[in-house]
Design a protein around this ligand. Structure first.
Ligand code: G3H
Ligand code: ZN
Length: 287
């Protein structure tokens, strides 16, 4: 059964580790992430961007697929199905469809409007026990059509949003979606420490988890980050493994063109990335 992200993130915050959010795109992605979580006894969050939700034929299809897999694969670790960077309307639709967690990304609105809309989503989500992530400041780069300026979050604004009762808070601290450029300055830990001091107990979320060095991940966790989002790294690993399979001509040998064979190396590559991140985040055996 899907669960809200609240309990797993509060436990992670208290235990000084982080739960990974891994974005899904299709059946292979979902199965790879769920099996890896189960094999490693780790809680996990399945992230769905609005674009990926449309690609998978709508939120109801996603909920049906994930619930079916939880049952058929006998997944017993805590799993949250979370809308990633949702609009106001998207968050309402995801809640209605049966998601157990939503992000309302109001970071591009003036703070008063972000507060008003976040408050309303918390009210509606609360009626169904659905957890809510909000965002202050912005994540640099682009993810699935969502652009961000990479603005460092203002701790006072973070406090205003945290005090609304959000389950978790994403704050811009120099993190970027996609690959980090060679001249990236790194995470702004001073800003993170101030945000933590201003927001108290609310678990913090680190977006743009692809390619952040291990020491920065560990420092971020020590400063209150309890959820880390990873998307691009799984995509890169899947693409590379699939390319190698095709370039080696394996799709032309025997029944190598069978999609169940063709997609297998990418599936294993996603599993390897997810396991590596779970080890780094410290969530193994924390289910
Ligand atoms: O919301 C999802 C992410 O923040 C993932 O970022 O693609 O850089 O790993 P990433
Ligand atoms: Zn993100």
């Amino acid at each position: 059964m899907l669960v809200s992200a609240k309990e797993m993130l509060n436990k992670a915050r208290d235990g000084k580790y982080a739960v990974g959010q891994f974005n899904i795109n299709n059946l292979e992605w979902t199965k790879a992430i769920l099996l890896t979580a189960q094999e490693n006894n780790s809680p996990v969050i399945l992230g769905v961007s609005e674009g990926a939700g449309k690609y998978m034929c709508g939120y109801r299809t996603v909920v049906g697929m994930v619930n079916g897999m939880l049952e058929e694969l006998k997944i017993t670790v805590p799993v949250a199905l979370h809308l990633d960077h949702g609009t106001y309307e998207g968050a309402l639709k995801a809640i209605e469809a049966g998601f157990s967690s939503v992000m309302f990304d109001g970071s591009h609105y003036p703070i008063d409007e972000n507060i008003e809309k976040t408050k309303e989503i918390i009210r509606i989500a609360g009626e169904k026990g659905v957890s809510v992530e909000a965002e202050v400041g912005s994540i640099g780069g682009e993810e699935d059509g969502v652009m961000g300026a990479g603005e460092i979050a203002d701790p006072n604004e973070c406090k205003l949003i945290a005090d609304l009762g959000v389950t978790m808070l994403a704050a811009g601290i120099g993190n970027i979606h996609g690959k980090y450029p060679a001249n990236w300055k790194g995470l702004d830990f001073d800003a993170l420490a101030k945000i933590k001091a201003a927001t108290g107990n609310v678990p913090l979320v680190l977006h743009g988890g692809t390619g952040i060095p291990a020491d920065m991940i560990q420092k971020a966790i020590s400063l209150g980050v309890a959820k880390i989002n990873v998307n691009t790294e799984c995509q890169l690993a899947f693409a590379e493994a699939t390319r190698k399979y095709i370039e080696a001509g394996k799709d032309l040998q025997g029944k190598g063109f069978d999609p169940r064979k063709l997609l297998a190396p990418g599936f294993e590559a996603i599993k390897a990335v997810v396991k590596e991140k779970m080890e780094l985040f410290g969530s193994i055996n924390k289910a």
